[in-house]
Design a protein around this ligand. Structure first.
Ligand SMILES: Nc1nc2c(ncn2[C@@H]2O[C@H](COP(=O)(O)OP(=O)(O)O)[C@@H](O)[C@H]2O)c(=O)[nH]1
Ligand SMILES: [Mg+2]
Length: 450
């Protein structure tokens, strides 16, 4: 598991929130402080931590609660969202663009390049690509052998020549070799004998100009924490086709710092390394990563709940429409459709105590057939007619009936239905409507927009 300690600390902060009896300002501030501490312990840049947690605190204190959502759930969602944004928001998957796609792996010595070349090769092989590997590390004795040991058990071929001293020449030969073999992806491993960015970038440029890679991947050792910023920034400025793998996030105490520092440069992180074994490579997806980090097994369930809540807001907006007489035919169609899905409306309404209103029978017994017919009729109406049904006079009715292959009677029936519905809701007062909407929403009849 990547960033285990950070995950635990964040999870503890959320547990504290869960245990709190009431969530007031003091509790929110305490949770925010815990999150701050956890991130700083993980070597995240202090300024970034403060910016992030300020946002979390402000939203937690100021945002209005959506209906049906508890304050705790709301805060968890805010923490999840802000951390996800903080780590880059969307996943940036690797793209295999041409045949062959040429990838160049760079990074300073010991960062995990060769291991990552093997892992990435295996990852792509599992997805059906034929991969060839080129060892262009002429610096480290045994580099070629290391790569062969990693890849050959999986039938992945490695090109190299321990006698050759010219890395650029070797890289080019290797790429040509696999081009002729017709593989899908060629990954070139480089030496990265330099200790700092300048030499690294120079090496990258030399090899790049010889093999013209589709993408250069910088491997950064996650244990260096926020120092990763300078490397990632120099790299990003040097090549527009760069992406990043952050390695050693298993067991690293500073991994949070490394990840956030790279994200802050704007360079995309495509994978993370989470162990020494060939399968210990994960595509980096901020959403999944954060939900696992927070230990929110069911963040999806929570997000769905929020979606339901936003439907309820829609119900309230529709009530406004009714009251202001803005309810048009298009709205009615959506209502009828929702009603159809929901089953006998009358029963539902009777379950709401004190409502005291009876729905006209016609409105309740809306057969599917009739609904279909209404849909056909509405399809023959103009936009103006749907939005402002009062303009539909006799000649328009005739035209609509003709256009939809129905009768004048059918069209009139539809309009009658619409007027009934409108009248019915107008006769209710605002408070009762709101109450009904809440009940319906609470009973999980989302989408029933009245
Ligand atoms: N724990 C852990 N170790 C890793 C990871 N990636 C690489 N290593 C180790 O880091 C060391 C250097 O890796 P290597 O691929 O040779 O680095 P290179 O010099 O950049 O090619 C090796 O001992 C690897 O096993 C990782 O994601 N997690
Ligand atoms: Mg190496």
């Amino acid at each position: 598991m990547a960033l285990e300690n950070l995950g635990k600390a964040l999870n503890n902060a959320l547990k504290k929130l869960a245990r709190a009896r009431t969530v007031d300002e003091a509790v929110i501030k305490e949770v925010v402080r815990d999150i701050q501490r956890a991130l700083i312990m993980s070597d995240v840049n202090v300024r970034l931590v403060l910016e992030l947690t300020k946002k979390i605190e402000k939203r937690a204190l100021e945002e209005k609660l959506p209906p049906g959502i508890s304050r705790k759930e709301h805060i968890i969602k805010i923490v999840y969202e802000e951390l996800t944004n903080f780590l880059g928001k969307e996943a940036k998957p690797i793209e295999i663009r041409g045949k062959p796609t040429v990838l160049l792996m760079v990074g300073i010595q010991g960062s995990g390049k060769t291991t990552s070349v093997g892992k990435l090769a295996r990852y792509l092989q599992k997805r059906g690509y034929r991969v060839g590997l080129v060892c262009a590390d002429t610096w480290r004795p045994g580099a070629y052998h290391q790569l062969k040991q990693l890849a050959e058990p999986f039938g992945i071929e490695v090109f190299g020549n321990p006698e050759e001293k010219d890395a650029v020449k070797l890289a080019k030969e290797g790429v040509d070799y696999f081009r002729q073999k017709g593989v899908d992806v060629i990954i070139v491993d480089s030496a990265g004998r330099h200790k700092e960015e300048k030499g690294l970038i120079e090496e990258m440029k030399q090899i790049s100009s010889a093999i013209k890679p589709h993408e250069v991947i910088l491997v950064i050792d996650g244990t260096i924490g926020q120092q990763a910023y300078n490397q990632a920034l120099a790299f990003k400025e040097a090549t527009p086709i760069g992406s990043i793998i952050v390695t050693k996030l298993d067991g690293s105490a500073k991994g949070g710092g490394a990840l956030s520092a790279v994200v802050a440069t704007g360079a995309p992180i495509k994978f993370i390394g989470v162990g020494e074994k060939i399968d210990d490579l994960e595509p980096f997806d901020p959403k999944r990563f954060v939900s696992r980090l927070l230990g929110l097994g069911d963040i999806q369930g929570l997000l769905e709940k929020f979606e339901e809540a936003s439907k309820e807001v829609k119900i309230e907006q529709d009530i406004e429409k009714f009251i202001r007489g803005k309810f048009n035919l298009r709205d009615m169609y959506t209502q009828l459709e929702a009603m159809q899905k929901m089953g006998p409306l009358k029963q539902i309404l009777q379950m709401i105590p004190g409502l005291g209103y009876e729905l006209p029978d016609d409105m309740v017994r809306m057969s599917e057939e009739r609904l279909k017919k209404f849909k056909v009729i509405m399809d023959s109406m103009t936009k103006e007619e749907l939005e402002n049904p009062s303009i539909i006079n006799y000649s328009r009715i005739k035209r609509i009936a003709r256009g939809s292959g129905t009768s004048v009677r059918d069209v009139r029936e539809l309009l009658e239905q619409y007027n009934q519905m409108k009248k019915f809701f107008k006769s209710m007062n605002r408070r009762k409507l709101a109450k009904m909407a809440r009940k319906l929403g609470g009973m999980n009849f989302g989408g029933f927009g009245i």
